[in-house]
Ligand binder design. Structure first.
Ligand code: ZN
Ligand code: ZN
Length: 583
């Protein structure tokens, strides 16, 4: 069970071609700090071998942490010990990069303690307990020869019964939603321990005794999962009759979780109010554009009274303009150099031609739903490159392919590429890696990372990308509205009383989403908290910081300098970046 969800966005650490951002020699305090960081990470990986593995650190690949009281006590002891060690540093003796890392480490530790002691997901989210991901990743990751991997797995398998016994003992009164999710996901866990794994074992060079032991332990692991599923089935029946914990965490926990997860310049309440105002303003501007586009796309058809209907009709029509299924990946590949050229010509941000982005078909083991996204190696996987993974569309049904292509129509596909690649996630990582810091990669701000990508879309269009076509702006607004209503939805569902009907109205009628997208989003809003606010938060924070810097620097303000500096602090939260920029 990870302390916090891993943030594995930044690429590897062999950015040798690029000069480090900090030229000064490390002070003795810097050297001492670097040692404490190494010790801290090593202790952390021991406590959380699953996260370690996901980060590309394989020393504990034969360990399975059991979610019991003893392991939680060990986590708290580790947090106390590390916070005490950090308190012994004089921040003024540290270089800028280490001061950022110090702030991030502290926030992460304080957040981790709050998660263990106050939030206590282990008590009310049965879905927090599942061994499937870790084992599936181990089966799919060629980190060592097959036999070594199987022997590591053999040791971990022995702990699976103890893992699920501890899981059952940890649970108090869960929510019905997380109980149902746990049933679904643990059923999936049984598939991980199925015939394909055993066939791998049979085909390996393990000796006969090892192979027999492997089969025996897989059988015990399956039995432990089946028992957990029986336990969850009973629990679900009981909770459905009454007494389940609400999936809404309430105002107080939501405000605290927002503080720990987002480290925002705003409170959750302020951000919620900003999102409501932004939604109204987007609707105003979308109406104007829809009226401009109506004759071009809808001809003489009568214009609807209701302005949301009007906007929705034009968006639906624009969706019909899209590439053929087999052109989806080639089109993405064609657009990347064009985006890079635009950023260069308009002097928006430094780029690094020595670290090109590779657009590829998503490897089968990484495929989930149809889609496209940046895939980066963990911070311990040096020199690995960044991929833009695109899942082929031809695999699904013709209806789902058509619906997907309408969503990623001729205009939105460009916005997607801006978000994922240039100047979005891919370029942000290139900058983050100029001052390589594991701390920042691992414990950085998700709001900064997503915020930059969302900000990048708007910034590119402001700079003239897409020639100010009303189609491009309208579809950008639809896309941007998604981030805005995510924030509204999370706040009103988790800290308020928004029900499914109101949520679907917000998503479908007011944000023009498809039935499938809205249904999936409602489900996510009941199962997660705060994360849906991060996109709009980061976007709003970067826009606010830019306005402040413009006012502060006056005629000396240069957009490119602002972007280069903003990204030079890695994944540090915007709030921390603001302080450092002013020093
Ligand atoms: Zn079509
Ligand atoms: Zn993103």
């Amino acid at each position: 069970m990870p302390l916090l969800a891993p943030l594995l966005l930044a690429a590897g650490f062999l950015a040798a071609e690029v000069a480090p951002a900090e030229a000064r020699d490390p002070s003795p305090e810097d050297v001492r700090f670097a040692r404490v960081v190494e010790e801290t990470l090593e202790a952390h990986w021991k406590l959380d071998p699953e996260w370690a593995f996901a980060a590309g650190y394989y020393r504990h690949a034969d360990t399975l942490a059991v979610p019991d009281g003893a392991s939680r006590a060990a986590q708290v002891a580790f947090i106390d010990r590390t916070l005490a060690a950090l308190a012994g540093f004089d921040a003024s003796g540290l270089g800028k990069s280490n001061r950022v890392d110090m702030a991030l480490l502290r926030s992460w530790l304080e957040a981790s303690r709050w998660y263990v002691e106050t939030f206590r997901a282990w008590e009310w989210q049965p879905s927090a307990h599942n061994v499937a991901d870790g084992f599936a990743r181990q089966i799919d990751t060629p980190y060592a020869p097959l036999e070594k991997r199987l022997r590591d797995m053999l040791v971990r398998l022995a702990r699976v019964p103890a893992y699920y016994a501890a899981a059952r003992a940890s649970l108090g009164t869960p929510t019905l939603e997380h109980t149902r999710l746990a049933i679904l996901q643990n059923r999936g866990a049984l598939e991980v321990f199925g015939e394909p794994l055993l066939a791998k074992v049979d085909g390996s060079a393990l000796d006969a005794a090892e192979k027999a032991l492997f089969r025996e332990r897989v059988a015990s692991a399956r039995k432990a999962i089946e028992e957990y599923l029986t336990f969850l089935g009973d629990l679900e029946g009981r909770l459905a009759r009454g007494g389940a914990r609400s999936f809404r965490i309430g105002k107080e926990l939501h405000a605290a979780k927002f503080t720990y997860d987002i480290q925002s310049s705003y409170t959750a309440d302020e951000l919620h109010r900003m999102a409501l105002a932004e939604k109204a303003s987007l609707h105003d501007r979308m109406e104007l554009l829809a009226r401009v586009l109506w004759p071009r796309y809808m001809g003489k058809r009568p214009i609807p009274e209701d302005r949301l209907e009007l906007i929705g009709a034009v968006i639906d029509e624009l969706g019909k303009h899209h590439v053929a299924p087999d052109q989806f990946l080639p089109e993405i590949r064609r657009q990347i150099p064009a985006l890079e050229a635009f950023v260069r010509i308009h002097d928006l941000l430094d780029q690094d031609p020595t670290r090109p982005l590779e657009v590829r078909e998503t490897p089968v083991y990484l495929r989930g739903v149809a889609g496209a996204g940046i895939n980066s190696p963990g911070p311990y996987d040096p020199g690995a490159r960044t991929y833009y993974d695109v899942t082929p569309i031809e695999g699904g049904s013709p209806q789902s392919a058509e619906s997907f292509l309408r969503e990623y129509n001729d205009w939105t596909l460009q916005i997607l590429n801006i978000h994922e690649a240039v100047p979005g996630h891919y370029l942000q990582q290139i900058h983050a890696n100029r001052s390589p810091s594991r701390v920042r990669t691992l414990f950085g701000s998700g709001a900064m990372v997503e915020g930059w990508a969302v900000y990048g879309e708007r910034m590119m269009l402001d700079a003239g990308y897409g020639d100010n076509a009303p189609e491009m702006w309208l579809l950008w607004m639809k896309w941007n509205l998604r981030a805005v209503v995510n924030a509204i939805l999370d706040r009103e569902v988790q800290a308020g009383d928004m029900d499914e009907a109101r949520a679907l109205d917000l998503l479908r009628r007011q944000a023009f989403q498809t039935e499938a997208e809205a249904a999936e989003k409602w489900r996510r809003a009941t199962l997660t908290q705060v994360q849906l606010m991060s996109y709009f938060d980061g976007y709003a924070e970067i826009l606010a910081l830019r306005a402040e810097e413009k006012a502060r620097l006056g005629k000396d303000f240069r957009l490119k300098d602002f972007h280069n500096r903003l990204l030079s602090y890695g994944n540090a939260p915007v709030r921390v970046v603001r302080q450092l920029m002013r020093e």
